[in-house]
Ligand binder design. Sequence first.
Ligand code: IVH
Length: 703
Amino acid sequence: MAAKRKTQTEVSDLTRAQAKVELMRLALEIEQHNESYYNEDSPTVSDAAYDALRQRVETIEGRFPGLVTRESPSQKVGAAPSGRFAKVTHAVPMLSLGNAFSDEDVTDFIDRVRRFLKLPADEMPAVVAEPKIDGLSLSLRYEGGELVTGATRGDGFVGEDVTANVRTIADIPHKLKGRNVPEICEIRGEVYILGRDFIGFNKRAEKAGIQAAANPRNFAAGSLRQKDVSVTASRPLKFFAYTWGAMSAMPSKTQSGMLEWIGKAGFVTNPLTQRCESVDELLAFYRNIGTERANLGYDIDGVVYKIDRLDWQERLGFAGRAPRWAVAHKFAAEQATTVLEKIDIQVGRTGALTPVARLKPVTVGGVVVSNATLHNADEIERKDIREGDTVIVQRAGDVIPQVVAIVEDKRPKSAKPYKFPDTCPVCGSHVVSEEGEVVRRCTGAMICPAQATERLKHFVSRLAFDIDGLGDKQIQEFYEAGIVMSPVDIFTLEKRDARSSKKLADREGYGETSVRNLFASIDARRRIALHRLIFALGIRHVGEGNAKLLARHYATIDSFRESMIAAGKGHDSESPNEAWQDLDSIGGVGEVVAEAVVEFFAEKRNVKALDELLKEIEVLPAEQAKTDSPVAGRTVVFTGALTKFTRDEAKAGAERLGAKVAGSVSKKTDYVVAGEDAGSKLTKAKELGVAVLTEDEWLKLIG
Ligand code: IVH
């Protein structure tokens, strides 16, 4: 079924009421993406799609300023350039470099400098030549010798605060060495990763079914920008220091002197750096580094030339966003021509279909290349890449080579335009692509082997079936052993084990007791709340919150199952059927979510897998939220140490009574229930004049 959807209403056409609902939906969706980005270390949408959501919030709020709430994604502190980290304004902007591509460009650079400084034609300004590291630049601020802030470059003026992450990088000192360290020092340089560490990570990622990184640069950037600092700490990031920002005093008068001082202060500077006194020396350096490039162990994309004397640097200043005192001499991307024999489709752990070009092996820049990424269906269409074509492949810093273009006059007559499959090559489920996304995905969440282990891990996770003794490790092991291939297998494990000659208890690391315990904890979960089951299905975009909304709305698994199948039979027609309209009208469930659920149920084999599972388990109907309770429709915040009930109990109880439980206090809060040692939320409630209740008062209120 091709997913056709209602087009998004223009912001200018929205009524105030529609805008309000839309903002709530967007906030929820953004929140979910933040979740998967932070906690699962894998974004569920492209940065562009994520930014588009945030942009829409801002456009709507621009039209209806009265609808801006404290909870809006636009208001959250920490809404940095990407919205994921706090912002840091650089004391001195982090600018970029102009490029030189030929020897002549380098001579021109020196001539311009000479003219600007009015140097005689025979005077060559000394120049420091450094490798241009292909990583991401970082600014480190030290006050009184202590590291206080680490920030990414961002847009050059405002970057992201990654201080906690930066502290985990061994090459970055927490304290500067030496006496007479200037009070304020901003040291700048490049975070990068060694090629072998990158390859090692990708190998492990592949085994573990985690998303592999596209190239070392992306890997370094992704590793640094982690909400969970322990993830950054587990990645072998490295750092070369090569320049500075704000300095309260200058330890040297030259670039080379500064690098020396930076090294003494405890940083790693690039050992290949060289002070040159002629253009010939610069060009020799460039060529030398170029031949050594493949053996350096890290990616570089050129060399940087910087005028050594800092007083001259100052006089030269900047032209636009690039300094007149420096230039980047870039390496040409390495290219080669070969035949594209076949296009294969790989299915990632989230179901994303990625086309891969199988090439007749060819050497590109010293490396034999036999595969290249084709990114997505749009890319193939745009470049009209066909099987049998002769293609130009390129490695530009990236470890994964790309197909740049086809050689048209070498196209065999028989070559046909490539048709992207509309079913998953691994499991045969139908493929969909979401609005605004180029990626096509397999819908066989329940059954696709390419997604299986990831889904199973999700299925047994804490907010889903929460099965004790069945964690990621066991799932991986059982899957590889062919014992647990789909969710239902978990619940038939004991039966099958009884009949099997290869007993679970005989496996290494297991014994009678642990197996008995495992079966007991599986049994304990045969009765499961509807929202947990819905969450466990692993439907795209259906997190815990949406699962609860769906469960509350449909109440029973039968009603949910039937309604979703029915909704799928009419939603893409001109007049959507009742079931689709009903789904689409659930407050808080956005269209993207509704689409995803319907697509899941449109895949018959998902339904079959679900039905098999249902034979083994009992799904408890969701309690309907009461609308006649005293707190129905009210917003409550629990804070402080609660003694009468746990936080989870309090939340579940309030929600059962139809109240909304919020995490922070705002004007919209109706009640704040304060336990012992309540802090800032209590203060805020008092400031805003929100009713504050003790636990006993709350219990009395809800009867
Ligand atoms: S100096 C005013 N030196 O290249 C600019 N940059 O294209 C000061 N880079 O954003 C930058 N190696 O991320 C400089 N040895 C090096 C470099 C280097 C890599 C990066 C840096 C900068 C980009 C500019």
